[in-house]
Ligand binder design. Sequence first.
Ligand code: SF4
Length: 498
Amino acid sequence: MFYFSKSKYCDFRQCPKISWLKKYKPEEYHIDAETQARFDAGNEVGDLAMGLFGDFVEVTSHKAGGGLDLDKMKELTKQYLAEGRDNICEASFDYQGLYCAVDILRKNGDGYDIYEVKSSTSPDHYVYIVDTAYQKYVLERCGVRVRRIFLVTVDTSYVFGGTLDISKFFRITEVTPLVEEELKMVETSLKEAEKVMSAPTEPAVDLSEACRDPYPCAFFGYCTRNLPSPSVFDLYGCFFKKKLELYHRGVHSYEDILKAGVKLTGIRRMQVDYALADKGAYVDRAGIGEFLKTLSFPLCFLDFESVQPIIPQYVGTRPYQQIPVQYSLHILQTDGTLAHREFLGRPEEDPRRALAEGLVADIPADGRVIVFNKTFECNRLKELAAAFPDLSEHLLRIMDNVKDLLVPFQKGYYYTRDMGGSFSIKSVLPALFPDDPELNYHNLEGVHNGGEAMELFPRLKGMPEEERAKAEHNLLKYCALDTYAMVKVYEELKRVVS
Ligand code: SF4
């Protein structure tokens, strides 16, 4: 028998090769920590939505080994349907090997409505229609009359007042007409899927928009494994659509780009030229000099770490709001003296007030504040100023004093082949200081990037004391390296123009 699930069906509709690779080459599936954290957060939102319509029964059951007990779940679903329960969560069905679980199945007269819960902030993703059409198809073949279909998404305008109001946290959108239309595709798609999945040979599917839409595909590395490195997909600041167009014209390597006469300007030109011939470092002394002239001592190198909880944790915050929880600040004086300040909040309480006070105390009013990619830090400073009017004057002055250390790299004043067209501090630093272990993020313990910091901070809550102390230490070390790295980058800029 052909076995398929809702998620496999959605994968198949994104690209048939995804389903095939998941079955036959699962070891090639690679997602980063941030994407995994997003999936986990989706489960948390699903659990929260169960209470959306008051009393409910949930069929989720586990086997002794921990995996889902699907037989038990289907049996419980049958029982609750027979009992005429109003709200059945994770209601599970199987029609000739086609399995699906409905987030909330809600009684509506002689039938049921489907509520599909998404952690997304918008219902406007076609994959959700594909997903719910599959559910309707399976349920109707199992004898359930499906009347209406709804998407339950997160409303980012909701402000947490201290007790979570899930009726306001969620937004419900009816999608029945769209699902009815999409339903016509299900039967044909399932027949195709059966054919593809039963064949031992990898389906001949080439790269397309589906590799990024609706989700970045976790097999992209596998599917591009035979391309030269770097390839057209590494081009800086180029839309994926344009890269695809070049790829399908046979333009794969940087040599191909030149041969095909693709027009390149600015950084992209430099990226390709420097990749093809090791020209050392490109230094525009005048450009760097102009940038350095805009800086004045004391130089305050600042970096925030933040969390972005879907379910707001602190009064006055919204779903998905960026909450700064940590900062590192290196202060460089004219005489070369370097001081370090830092702050790390506690997840148990809103860290923003203490963090804002720390900034006001630590950053001199006349200090030139240097960040790497200023949009993020400036937005956080603006939000803090709005949240704490008594500190806003100083916080806004800090914001006005911000200079972006990214600029000399983004403008191409300083370029080396190793930057590979990426100007994040994680790319610039190893390119400028390839052999300095002190400036190597890989040598840090526990936390090596912002995503890991974001994932670790909320977990401090509930950690045993010793483990928590170690985790806090790792967070502080990570953030400190971000600002120390900026000091070193600044010194390097000074060195090359001296
Ligand atoms: S990378 Fe693209 S072609 Fe390969 S499996 Fe994913 S979506 Fe399909």
